[in-house]
Ligand binder design. Structure first.
Ligand code: F6P
Length: 479
């Protein structure tokens, strides 16, 4: 379907139809999606949007929100939306109050800590780190240091300049069994010494393992096993982010995500950001058969959005069998990459403009921000719009080596000004977009068995490396 659209001359269509961007755009909760740079005719667009109206998605959304087993391989529901519900059940309300109360104390400095080590990886790192980076108002009393990988050099350098008596530790790990996280946590525990017990917490679905590690039972911030790692930002995994941005802003983030839940649950149609994102990603992946997708942020606060979406999209949709364990005979997850505009204009954009391959992009931006350099923000926005125009319209004059083919699919994702609510709405919408795509593609969005084999093999190789020192020559035998 839509394969012929690859040959559409969007450059000419945009040139001759100045109103095109109005007909190929939508706005939801302050987020505007302009997909006029996609090779879509009006008929193809209507066919695409129609995918959301078949009833299949609505039934799947009802199943999701009703707590049905939408993750059959692990026999689990996926109820991360409950973590941000207005009136969650008493246990979830108590869990939320506990971590937000701690976060407020850390933010205000009443715990007496100047620094906090957040140890976690994947979903126990990416979402919280993005939120902290995006919403930090620099008014908190605690500096959070994000440790996700076993980087001995960085750990040495960091701990040399911190006071263990004024440093806390959050071990964020749903399983409390991830090698990288436990390795870092053990090193932090040893470095903190006697005061470790009074300055450490765990965010986990396995309190038993956290207590065995040495976290005091009353300092375990528990969350349910049905929360997927990449969907756990809204749980106590977010405690360090809340310590950075403050309780109020984190609650505003939850509120924005809750609005996205309500919108998706009540009417999962193309008028919602979640469904529109899903339809556009579906069109790129299975309509145009494009195996990559870049999410480049010209809003500096969202520089880490691409990193976060890499896991959310690729770990959720990188599947090869469908829900009936049959091989999937069509493409699934694209390779997601991201980063900062304009930095990437000085590294990879050349290939997007003149390379023979097509790499579709979503350019994310905002119109303004509160800081002392408003002209910088306008400059960022002008680059975003300029890149979109050059990718769409191309350049036909000059020598051959100066021309740009144009017709490279690019969508704009814009908001007036990034707020905690707006970020919450955006991230929850991407979560729901991933689920909608899994419904369209009949795959499980919530498991990740593919990462287990690597962990198993690494443990075996590690035993061999510990027994006999490795040399460059001998390394081949390890593979
Ligand atoms: O990458 C596999 C994975 O299980 C992710 O889904 C998860 O976010 C990450 O590892 C960390 O897992 P945990 O939070 O259990 O340490």
């Amino acid at each position: 379907m839509w394969q012929e659209n690859n040959k559409l001359d969007v450059a000419r269509m945009s040139e001759h139809d100045p109103e095109r961007h109005k007909r190929f755009s939508m706005i939801d909760a302050g987020w505007r999606v302009d997909y006029s740079g996609f090779p879509l005719t009006c008929a193809a667009r209507d066919e695409l949007l129609g995918l959301a109206g078949t009833g299949e998605l609505a039934r799947a959304v009802t199943a999701l929100f009703s707590g049905a087993i939408v993750n059959p391989s692990e026999n689990q529901p996926a109820l991360h939306m409950s973590l941000r519900a207005a009136g969650p059940d008493p246990e979830l309300a108590e869990q939320r109050e506990r971590f937000l109360h701690l976060a407020a104390e850390l933010h205000e400095g009443s715990q007496g800590l100047t620094d906090l080590l957040h140890v976690g990886i994947g979903g126990s790192d990416l979402g919280p780190r993005l939120v902290a980076d995006a919403l930090d108002a620099f008014d908190g009393r605690v500096r959070v240091h994000w440790l996700s990988t076993m980087d001995g050099r960085r750990f040495e350098q960091l701990t040399r300049r911190l006071d263990p008596a004024r440093t806390g530790l959050v071990v964020a790990s749903k399983s409390f069994g991830t090698e990288e996280t436990l390795t870092l946590a053990r090193a932090a525990r040893d470095w903190m010494g006697a005061g470790f017990t009074d300055r450490s917490w765990a965010s986990t679905a396995r309190p038993d393992r956290a207590v065995e590690f040495g976290i005091a039972p009353e300092r375990v911030l528990h969350f349910p096993a049905w929360v997927g790692g990449r969907f756990s930002l809204w749980s106590s995994v977010g405690v360090s982010a809340a310590a950075v941005i403050g309780r109020e802003r984190f609650e505003q983030l939850l509120s924005g995500a809750r609005q996205a839940d309500r919108r998706f649950c009540e009417s999962p149609d193309a008028g919602s950001l979640a469904v529109m994102l899903a339809l556009l990603m579906h069109f790129l992946r299975r309509g145009l058969d494009l195996p990559t997708l870049g999410v480049v942020s010209y809003e500096p606060r969202l520089a880490l959005l691409g990193d976060y979406l890499q896991q959310l999209i690729m770990e959720s949709l990188g599947k090869g069998v469908d829900l009936r364990d049959r091989p999937v005979d069509q493409p699934t997850a694209p390779l997601i990459f991201g980063g900062r505009g304009t930095d990437l204009q000085h590294s990879i954009f050349q290939a997007f403009h003149q390379g023979p391959e097509t790499h579709p992009l979503i350019l994310v931006g905002s119109l303004a921000d509160d800081h002392a350099y408003p002209e910088w923000h306008r400059a960022q926005l002008s680059h975003l719009l300029a890149q979109a125009r050059a990718l769409t319209r191309g350049r036909s004059d000059g020598a051959a080596f100066q021309r740009l083919p144009g017709n490279r699919p690019v969508a704009l994702l814009l908001t007036e000004r990034l707020t905690p609510e707006g970020l919450g709405y955006l991230l929850a919408s991407f979560e729901h977009a991933v689920y909608a795509l899994a419904v369209f593609w009949d795959i499980n969005a919530f498991d990740q068995w593919g990462v287990e084999e690597g962990k198993r093999l690494a443990a075996q190789i590690r035993q061999r490396l510990d027994r006999a020192p490795v040399s460059l020559e001998s390394l081949g035998k390890e593979s």
